[in-house]
Design a protein around this ligand. Structure first.
Ligand code: SF4
Length: 428
């Protein structure tokens, strides 16, 4: 029997950068008979959140759960938005809960910024538990995975249980909210700058081929023509170790292709996911050529310095990046190589090595996607100095950009890195 949850509305503080997380949470609520009928509003920006909450509060037995989720660089803006919402509506029937990688890594600072509860860990089960708890008139502090402030002290009620991907939809189809199909969660590589393994675990959990096919078939039925996948490392599908399992990758791609037919687009190893350079081989590229629609591949490179790569625990060297790019071009792919500038311990000679590698990759037919290092909460590099570029490096990067050989948010990220470090220094 469906539970009576009349009176509760969920309002997502819905921003572009975190929207797929909300789609997944929506799917989790839709697919549990106990929570499927709770109204969900997608409210983009302060005015929309305020309007959605006001409308919900008009119901006689109203309760509103406002859900927030964001990445670390967006913390200052989202904190300002929370304050703006609370300045307009400060009602005890409204509860603000924040989740996502930033809240999980920095629960105390996040709660001190004004959220009442922080979700620690994965949200699919937790969001159901929260809704059921509100419905039962329970105490949200007892929900597994919830953190809160008890006077001056942080209290954590454990960590939300990690889920099996097959048990949840990859998006919220009942609300027409779609996104890439998440095929793998967690990452065994544990690169020291990356939040993924520290949030989702340093191992792989894969969605089964049958389940991916089910959702691909569903999307075909809904008229979609483009099929994308979310994974930390595309060619790790089906494996639990560093070595790719190409038979598993082929079973996935062939199965999806069978569902979507020859004319729809199957995007793999490109946005929003990438490929590790050591996974790029003749065999893996032949397999991709056979099944995928993209002719661009996003390759994780990060640095041209072997010393910096080793210090970041990347698990490959710079020669591996160069070899991968050459192979991609040979097989008719355009490699777009991600680089992180300003990584900890980087010396001028390391920066030179990176810039020289960029030049060689571009000469071979690759493109460079430039980022500046952000000291992300929850990672081993969280206390490192923010990524900073010299005038000479900026000039050389702009030269590459002016020729269409480099793109990315590296300039804005340098400013963001400074802001994050300043905020960190204030709270530590
Ligand atoms: S950077 Fe990529 S390979 Fe490294 S830990 Fe993060 S997701 Fe895994």
């Amino acid at each position: 029997m469906a539970a009576d949850i009349a009176g509760l509305t969920v309002v997502w503080a819905y921003r572009r950068t975190g929207k797929f997380a909300f789609h997944v949470l929506t799917g989790a609520l839709e697919t549990d008979a106990r929570t499927a009928s709770v109204p969900i509003e997608f409210a983009n920006g302060v005015d929309a959140v305020v309007a959605a909450v006001r409308t919900a509060l008009a119901a006689p037995t109203a309760r509103v759960l406002v859900g927030w989720s964001f990445y670390s660089p967006d913390f200052p803006q989202m904190r300002a938005e929370l304050h703006a919402v609370k300045a307009k509506i400060d009602d005890p029937r409204v509860v603000h809960v924040v989740g996502g990688v930033h809240a999980a890594a920095e629960p105390e600072a996040t709660l001190r910024a004004g959220w009442q509860f922080a979700a620690i860990g994965e949200g699919e089960r937790l969001v159901r538990d929260l809704v059921l708890c509100v419905q039962a008139g329970g105490d949200l502090r007892t929900v597994p995975g919830i953190a809160f402030l008890d006077g001056p002290s942080l209290r954590k009620n454990g960590r939300a249980e990690r889920i099996a991907l097959d048990e949840f939809p990859p998006f919220g189809p009942g609300h027409d909210r779609f996104g890439p199909i998440e095929i793998t969660r967690g990452c065994i590589y544990a690169c020291r700058f990356c939040q993924t393994p520290y949030f989702a675990g340093a191992n792989f959990r894969h969605r089964s081929v049958a389940n991916v096919r089910h959702w691909a078939r569903y999307l075909v039925g809904r008229g979609f023509r483009d099929f994308r996948f979310l994974t930390p490392t595309s060619l790790s599908y089906g494996t639990f170790a560093p070595e790719p399992d190409l038979a598993a990758v082929e079973a996935l791609l062939a199965g999806v292709r069978e569902e979507i037919g020859p004319t729809r687009n199957l995007w793999f190893g490109t946005f929003p996911s990438e490929v590790r350079p050591e996974h790029i081989t003749d065999a893996s590229l032949r397999l991709l050529r056979k099944w995928v629609s993209n002719r661009a591949l996003i390759v994780g490179g990060q640095s041209g310095s072997d010393r910096v790569l080793a210090a970041s625990a990347r698990g490959h060297d710079s020669a591996c990046i160069e070899r991968a790019v050459a192979l991609c071009v040979e097989h008719g792919f355009v490699p777009h190589v991600d680089f992180l500038l300003g990584l900890p311990s980087e010396e001028p000679s390391d920066v030179d090595a990176t810039l020289q590698l960029m030049d060689r990759l571009v000469a071979r037919g690759g493109k460079v996607h430039g980022h500046t290092f952000l000291p992300l909460p929850g990672t081993p590099f969280r206390k490192a100095p923010p990524g900073a570029l010299t005038d000479d490096v900026r000039r050389r990067l702009r030269q590459l950009a002016s020729k269409g050989q480099l793109y990315g948010q590296w300039e804005q990220q340098e400013a963001t890195a400074q802001q994050m470090a300043a905020a960190r220094n204030l709270t530590s």
